[in-house]
Design a protein around this ligand. Structure first.
Ligand code: ADP
Length: 406
């Protein structure tokens, strides 16, 4: 039976939470932000859709979790699901045991900003809710089905064998949910070849064959791939040497520039927010216009490249804040893929209501769908399934013990 699961996503100074139960309308969610600073606060939605705002000056992760858990404990969550960005080579969601916690810690060099924050959240919830089963759901797990020719870099072999340098991919929870839901809507559940474009502040693409990821645009870290809000996506790796030699920049300055000052923000010199850029472009801002063009062209290029991983192309799913809400970006991106035979319906594309799923092509080429992502729902579902498997394994074990005793 589907029960309520608390989904936690701990960042370095924030915690996103959602209490996911059977009916999506009943979902309670919120964000604790500015943790560790005088402005620390929780903003969210309570049962019945009312807004919630709690100020908690200087609260750290543990204090914030205590307040969140106190507020939702009367809903009796049956399990906690933690979003964990990097699971190393773990291939699926796992019940949190000391061994799995060690594996998350071991993957820290691959996600130095994210995994330590997740571990803070995991430690705190285990202390506060010792009786609840807790599960880690990894952003990387869905992509563990990629073949070696998609996940290996053309670098010296020892960097892979001794130091785990390879492509991992991220946003796996979203690509998995959207491709499953989309293929279900298309009447071919987890069958055929699909491309997904998850377009938010972070963006990535994925190729999925018969329900499994066969390639994705992000790599060792979430910097590789398409243009994002503040991340550059693909650049010539020699840019590091160029900037070091000519501008005297060190590796940290270059890394910060590529992660935090590039992408839409860098190109436009205005904003990382697509809505702001579309408005600015409409008012004649040429840098905003160029940023949008580069975003869509490189996105189309990435989708075309990933299609090489698919024996056939059934269609394309758009998701994420930009993919779900901007008909303009969807149209522009598809316009750069004329040889794929996509036939976007302007009417359906422009007419799709915000936040709704729907098909936006005219029907005689690969399909195009908008599928709003539901990472929290997917994390809750995976958590539930891991807990149920654990229970049935425990029941089987006790049957064996009883038989042995009898
Ligand atoms: P995150 O990756 O942080 O979860 P979201 O998936 O919420 O981000 O996506 C945020 C992006 O979606 C922002 O660039 C925002 O401008 C963009 N966005 C939201 N609504 C629209 C819209 N109507 N048109 C264009 N872009 C939009």
């Amino acid at each position: 039976m589907y029960t309520s699961v608390l989904v936690i996503n701990c960042g370095s100074s924030s915690i996103k939470y959602a209490l996911v139960s059977e009916r999506r309308e009943d979902r309670i969610f919120g964000l604790a932000e500015n943790l560790g600073s005088p402005e620390a606060r929780i903003k969210g939605i309570t049962t019945g859709g009312e807004a919630l705002e709690i100020s908690m000056p200087n609260a750290d992760h543990e204090k914030a979790l205590e307040i969140i858990l106190e507020r939702i404990s009367h809903h009796n969550p049956q399990a906690i699901g933690h979003r964990v960005v990097h699971g190393g080579t773990l291939t699926k969601a796992e019940l949190l045991t000391p061994e799995i916690i060690d594996r998350i810690r071991e993957a820290t060099p691959l996600a130095p900003l994210h995994n330590p924050a997740h571990l803070v959240g995991i430690t705190a919830t285990m202390r506060l809710f010792p009786e609840l089963p807790q599960v880690a759901v990894f952003d990387t797990a869905f992509h563990q089905t990629m073949p070696a020719h998609a996940y290996r870099y053309a670098l010296p072999k020892f960097l892979y064998t001794m130091h785990n340098v390879r492509r991992y991919g991220f946003h796996g929870t979203s690509h998995a949910y959207v491709s499953e839901r989309g293929s279900e809507l298309a009447g071919s559940f987890k069958q055929g070849g699909w491309l997904t474009a998850h377009l938010g502040n972070g963006s990535s693409t994925c190729a999925i064959w018969n329900g499994q990821s066969v390639d994705t645009s992000m790599g060792l870290t979430p910097l590789e791939g398409v243009v994002m809000g503040t991340r550059s996506g693909d650049v010539d790796p020699s840019i590091h040497r160029f900037l070091a030699s000519n501008l005297g920049w060190d590796i940290y300055k270059i890394d910060k520039m590529l992660n935090n000052e590039s992408g839409l923000l860098g190109l436009s010199d205005l904003s990382n927010d697509m809505r702001t850029l579309i408005e600015a472009s409409e008012q004649g801002n040429e840098d905003a216009t160029l940023a949008i063009e580069v975003f869509c062209y490189r996105l189309a290029k990435s989708l075309a490249a990933l299609s090489c991983g698919l024996p056939q192309l059934n269609g394309l799913f758009f998701t994420g804040g930009i993919g779900e809400n901007s008909a303009f970006i969807r149209e522009k991106t598809v316009s750069y893929l004329p040889h794929f035979g996509f036939n976007l319906s302007k009417e359906k594309n422009d007419g799709l209501k915000r936040g709704t799923e729907g098909r936006i092509d005219v029907g005689n080429g690969p399909q195009i769908w908008v599928v709003p992502t539901d990472e929290e729902g997917r994390i809750a579902k995976e958590t539930q399934s891991v807990v149920e498997q654990g229970v049935s394994a425990a029941v089987k074990k006790s049957d064996v013990v009883e038989e042995a005793v009898a």
